[in-house]
Design a protein around this ligand. Structure first.
Ligand code: PLP
Length: 384
């Protein structure tokens, strides 16, 4: 992984600021599980997890066992790792052996965990995911009852670490009624587990938006993804939250920046088209710079003629189509541009910033999608 055409930087001081804010949201009695699925939302598991560890995080959530494996291998000091989604049976013994926790959302997996625990000779640490109305994964009530039965008969093999659910869009006010229903279903099903005598360590249901918008549901553990990286789950969540603030200043800071450089510069005559096809016609003599990133490098094609980048502290336009590995930008009115000059695709340069939100709005991608599309093989550098 060298000679790349762009790089990602992650700011430690900004991450610490976001953690302070999250602490203020969660309060002293709620622990944060740092959600690092999707290659830590594009920030890079191998760079981000050690940083989070250094900042005091000791609980991580991932989607799948392959991600858990990566988190496990980059944690020098042990941390709790929780798989919220896919674990293949072939990964179960590894998980149990290393005390990696995982969700149970059907009886097949529960039985597989029981068998694997017997083979390993250690208990499986499980979280019972209950179906409350998201209708994705989760044990419906009848299956939950059977699961409780199985767990009670096999207490030495199945250790219940949590009872959990996920809300179907807590970041959107329009989903309020649906979430309220989910909350009450969750409370009812949690109560069933409690009264069965199973002693779960955590009851957890909130993501970033859930912790902010439904603080009564925070309980002792909250699964925090997007806000730790400095992004709001939705514009709505920010507007609603900040209307309570006197200064209306965003308390979150983006920790990522994405940078490339000028590969070539050329002059284009009036009346010529730029790049493939005919979507950008030069209406005057123009100076353009080519930048060695494109959709093959995570810069979406939907930013053709729409994207903005920073060069020499100035915001300028992407001209024409985003190619597989190249974009052209307008530097007609930017003096002194040279090959090798830094170009910021996301992040700050001087007083200007390209936020993923602008970028996301322009390309109709949400924060989450744009971030996770950043290629895994880009170098990620931790800066102060
Ligand atoms: C992704 C995810 C989260 C974190 O969501 P954010 O909105 O990024 O905070 C929490 N719980 C589950 C089950 C998830 O899949």
């Amino acid at each position: 992984m060298k000679w790349q055409s762009s790089k990602v930087q992650i700011s430690k001081s900004c991450y610490r600021k976001n953690l302070k804010f999250i602490e203020s949201i969660l309060g002293p009695n709620t622990k944060m599980s740092s959600v690092v699925k999707g290659n830590a939302y594009g920030h890079g598991i191998e760079s981000f997890v050690p940083l989070a560890r250094e900042c005091g995080i000791d609980h991580f959530s991932v989607f799948s066992a392959d991600e858990a494996y990566r988190v496990f291998n980059c944690c020098e000091k042990p941390a709790t790792i929780m798989i919220m989604g896919l674990i293949l049976e072939e990964a179960m013994e590894w998980a149990i052996q290393n005390e990696v926790e995982f969700y149970i959302f059907d009886l097949i997996r529960l039985n597989a965990a029981l068998e694997a625990s017997k083979r390993v000779g250690k208990p499986a640490k499980i979280h019972l995911e209950v179906e409350t109305g998201m209708n994705r994964t989760g044990l419906p009530e009848e299956e939950l009852l059977s699961a409780i039965d199985i767990i009670k008969k096999n207490g030495s093999h199945l250790k219940t670490m949590g009872v959990c659910t996920h809300y179907a869009g807590a970041e959107s006010i329009a989903n309020f009624i649906r979430i309220e229903k989910q909350k009450s279903n969750y409370q009812r099903l949690s109560q069933m587990v409690k009264s069965s005598g199973i002693d779960a360590k955590y009851y957890h249901s909130t993501c970033s938006a859930g912790a902010i918008r439904y603080p009564e549901m925070k309980d002792k553990l909250s699964r925090i993804g997007i806000i730790q990286y400095g992004f709001w789950p939705s514009y709505e969540t920010f507007i609603e939250f900040s209307s309570e603030l006197e200064d209306k200043i965003d308390p979150l800071t983006r920790i990522i920046s994405w940078k490339s450089f000028v590969m070539d510069i050329k002059t284009v005559r009036r009346g010529e088209y730029i790049g493939y096809g005919n979507i950008y016609l030069a209406g005057q003599e123009m100076k353009i710079a080519t930048i060695p990133i494109g959709y093959g490098n995570g810069y979406s094609r939907s930013l053709s003629n729409i994207g903005r980048v920073l060069i020499k502290g100035i915001r300028t336009a992407v001209l024409g189509k985003v190619n597989m590995n190249i974009i052209s930008i307008d530097v007609t009115n930017i003096p002194g541009v040279e090959k090798g000059d830094e170009v910021v695709l996301i992040g700050k340069q001087g007083n200007m910033e390209i936020s993923v939100a602008d970028f996301g709005d322009a390309s109709k991608q949400i924060n989450y999608e744009l971030l996770t599309r950043l290629p895994q093989n880009l170098p990620r550098e931790i800066i102060d």
